[in-house]
Ligand binder design. Structure first.
Ligand code: HEC
Length: 135
């Protein structure tokens, strides 16, 4: 009788230990998933903020004096769909008149765009994020 009790309690203990480690594993996994998805949400929010800033800069820094987006700005230089035609490097060079675009753009325009060298890196990145959304 005592042996049976000892055996039973050993079985019950091991079942409990297994169940608890199973629960712990499930909890750890769901915590990890929650962490991963909230990280992705933060990234989305950062990207959205950069995009909104880039759009605002597009209008405040005079891009819209020569270009339009979605019907807003100067209709002579529409940029709708420009990201489908240009790589990120080309977008950067054409937007700010640097690199190979400095030769390809009309001289007057390249000179006009040279003022954008004074923008901060963060502002240029924001404008680029906005341009990259124009598919
Ligand atoms: C003085 C007028 C002027 C200003 C200001 C100007 N651009 Fe331009 N931009 C041009 C002209 C002209 C071209 C070459 C012709 C074209 O492709 O529209 C050009 C080309 C581009 C291109 C390549 C377009 C294409 O179709 O390949 C991008 C992108 C661009 N500009 C972005 C910008 C951004 C962003 C700003 C503001 C930071 C800006 N531009 C300011 C006149 C201007």
């Amino acid at each position: 009788m005592r042996e049976r009790l000892a055996f039973l309690s050993a079985v019950i203990t091991s079942v409990l230990v297994l169940a608890m480690s199973g629960l712990l594993a499930v909890k750890l996994q769901s915590d990890a998933q929650a962490g991963a998805s909230s990280g992705a949400q933060n990234l989305d929010r950062e990207e959205e903020a950069r995009f909104a800033r880039g759009r605002a800069l597009f209008f405040s820094e005079g891009c819209a004096g020569c270009h339009s987006v979605g019907g807003e700005g100067n209709p002579r230089g529409p940029l709708d769909g420009v990201a489908a035609r240009r790589s990120r490097e080309q977008l950067r060079d054409f937007a700010f008149g640097t690199g190979t675009a400095a030769q390809e753009l009309p001289r007057r325009i390249a000179v006009a765009k040279s003022v954008y060298a004074e923008l901060s890196d963060a502002d240029r990145e924001a404008i680029l994020a906005f341009l990259e959304s124009l598919h």
